[in-house]
Design a protein around this ligand. Structure first.
Ligand code: FES
Length: 134
């Protein structure tokens, strides 16, 4: 296992004392530790790309790491738009790289149906609307 971790921290304790958790990302199995977020567990394995930008297709990763920017959104189990920087890993969790937000330039989506806020985006995602699977 790639280890980009602090193995003995004066406040957090010893890594060896933490419970290992297994999850998958894009079909590959990874191990993290109790207390890891999806983003921190993947970063410890050297994985920085969590999704690609809808238009440019350039890789996107952690930006704020505090839940504000949504750059780290991934798909967890069946939920879209999940922020990897805030979501703790769980045993057996299935994580997929984030699919795109609705593309405002996609003429097939009427403008009045595009989400205007992240809350609307999350609600539409739960309903299975708006996300592109391409
Ligand atoms: S990195 Fe900004 S919300 Fe996760």
């Amino acid at each position: 296992m790639t280890n980009n971790r602090i193995v003995d921290h004066p406040v957090l304790g010893r890594l060896a004392d933490r419970k290992e958790i297994t999850f998958t990302f894009d079909g590959t199995e990874y191990t993290g530790y109790e207390g890891d977020t999806v983003a921190s567990a993947l970063l410890a394995h050297g994985i920085r790309t969590l999704r690609v930008h809808e238009e440019s297709k350039r890789p996107r990763s952690i930006y704020c790491n505090i839940g504000h920017c949504y750059e780290c959104r991934v798909m967890v189990d069946d939920a879209r738009g999940v922020r990897a920087c805030l979501t703790p890993i769980k045993e057996g969790m299935v994580v997929s790289s984030g699919k795109g937000l609705p593309n405002p330039l996609d003429a097939s989506i009427p403008p009045e149906e595009l989400p205007r806020t992240y809350q609307e985006y999350e609600e539409q995602s739960k309903e299975g609307k708006g996300d592109t699977d391409a």
